[in-house]
Design a protein around this ligand. Structure first.
Ligand SMILES: Cc1cc2nc3c(=O)[nH]c(=O)nc-3n(C[C@H](O)[C@H](O)[C@H](O)COP(=O)(O)OP(=O)(O)OC[C@H]3O[C@@H](n4cnc5c(N)ncnc54)[C@H](O)[C@@H]3O)c2cc1C
Length: 430
């Protein structure tokens, strides 16, 4: 080794959480095996990034490695404001410097391609293998393209889902900008369970806000397969006031959901609703747990991961915790706030168990804000506790059905505060 001596080189590799090039087993951060407990976290979104940083906050002796393919994370929360031209993509883009610098989390930008739960090791796309004492899996969602004939990741550029934020958000925004006045936007949502159901109604609202300002003769057709809810009723009442005649809601539940798509002519066909053609089509496909959860045998027949909600340990694989959208944590909704809460609970459980203690009683909380325009927002919140090993809602609910403009404005202000707070809590101060 010419410039650097071997010890310094290994130290640098360790500090950056970089993997050796030997292709053999490596220990995150190069500590000797058995020296410190090694916790590996898969996925640097709301669940994984929170869990990694709280593991280190709760026990700075832990060796924590986060594996995430992307150098920056683009949040789905507030991505509908980007579609409406209210916020920029930069506003919703976060890096991992805060986790590295403030909390000493090792970050490896790579993709986990397999997990061996018996040998407690996982394989990365780069060819390296990592070993762990505890594994946390937070891979978010994958799309079940096979349920919609003619739809796939490749042609989703033509009919963007924008249900994972980033390039898809930009595609959809560009299509909305390019659409002529008088055009028709179709939004098609899948049946539950899926990521953040109220965000579909927020999306319809904010696209309507943009169209009303710039292309007022345009229409939105919302094919909604998520079923009836109190939230839907609130949105529909508000749409009558704010966007009268602009949003047509079509019930796609009860077998009405989309079964085929033609990305060349921008048409969607539902079982009971026939074929509909749009100028911009936002097809949000059915969802299940992220692919790696399926590869690792963490999902059941529902397509999601069963866990013990006390510590988010998989009920199917030993010493693996699953958090975030991928896990079944009913009645908590699949939201970033839920994933953040679950990340903290999971971190506390791991630190407690490794230290030989017992977990205290925990209160779980979540909330989701939805904008109807920049000065008008609703929210729903839930507080949960464990009863007989199951999560039970003990408080929470929706915004008041009737409220003054001032109250709705206050909620919009709270929504921005919520976003700043949760992203700082998840990704750390940069
Ligand atoms: C339009 C929209 C608006 C929303 N608004 C809100 C809101 O206002 N409030 C709210 O609370 N929630 C909101 N949500 C929901 C929120 O985005 C998700 O619930 C949240 O992102 C789930 O966190 P997660 O950690 O489970 O998954 P994610 O945040 O998606 O993170 C998963 C990460 O895992 C990585 N990954 C996947 N597979 C692998 C692998 N094999 N190896 C390594 N890494 C891997 C991915 O790259 C990704 O970074 C919204 C969602 C949408 C679509």
């Amino acid at each position: 080794m010419s410039q650097l001596d071997r010890r310094t080189f290994i130290k640098l590799l360790g500090a950056a959480g970089v993997v050796s090039t030997t292709g053999g087993l490596i220990f995150p951060n190069n500590t000797a095996a058995g020296d410190k407990a090694r916790v590996v976290v898969v996925g640097g979104g709301f669940g994984g990034a929170t869990c990694a940083n709280y593991l280190r906050q709760y026990d700075s002796n832990l060796n924590v490695t986060l594996i995430e393919p992307n150098i920056q994370f683009v949040t789905c929360p507030f991505s509908n404001t980007v579609l409406a031209g209210i916020k920029s993509i930069k506003y919703i883009t976060h890096n991992y410097d805060g986790l590295r610098k403030n909390y000493g989390v090792n970050i490896i930008h790579d993709m986990v391609i397999s997990i061996d739960a018996i040998a407690k090791k996982l394989k990365l796309k780069s060819g390296e293998t990592l070993i762990y004492d505890r594994l946390v899996v937070s891979p978010g969602i994958s799309f079940n393209w096979s349920e919609i004939e003619g739809a796939n990741e490749e042609n989703s550029k033509m009919m963007p889902h924008a249900w994972k934020a980033g390039t898809q958000t930009i595609f959809l925004r560009k299509q909305l900008e390019a659409m002529k006045d008088g055009g028709k936007v179709i939004i098609a949502s899948p049946r539950k369970p899926f990521r953040a159901p109220p965000a579909v109604y927020e999306r319809a609202s904010l696209i309507a806000y943009y169209l009303k300002k710039t292309k007022p003769s345009s229409k939105i057709l919302l094919i909604d397969s998520s079923g009836d809810s109190e939230e839907l009723a609130m949105f529909r009442t508000a749409w009558e006031k704010l966007y009268k005649g602009m949003i047509e809601w079509i019930d796609g539940s009860e077998q009405g959901e989309i079964v085929s798509a033609d990305s060349k002519i921008l048409s969607l066909t539902g079982r009971t609703i026939g074929t509909l053609k749009g100028d911009v089509v936002n097809l949000i496909p059915p969802q299940h747990a992220g692919k790696i959860a399926r590869i690792a045998g963490l999902v059941d027949e529902s397509g999601w991961c069963p866990v013990d909600p006390q510590n988010f340990v998989s009920t199917l694989q030993k010493d693996i915790h699953v958090i975030g959208d991928a896990c079944i944590a009913n009645p908590m909704q699949k939201t970033g706030h839920s994933a953040n809460t679950q990340g903290k609970v999971c971190a506390a459980a791991i630190v407690t168990e490794l230290g030989g203690g017992t977990m205290p009683d925990i209160t779980y909380s979540t909330s989701i804000y939805s904008f109807l325009n920049p000065k008008h927002a609703f929210s729903s919140a839930g507080v949960y506790r464990l009863k007989n090993g199951k999560l039970k809602q003990v408080a929470g609910g929706l915004s008041a059905k009737k409220a003054s403009r001032k109250t709705r404005l206050k909620e919009a202000i709270f929504a921005s505060g919520w976003y700043k707070g949760i992203t700082m809590d998840t990704f750390g101060k940069t």
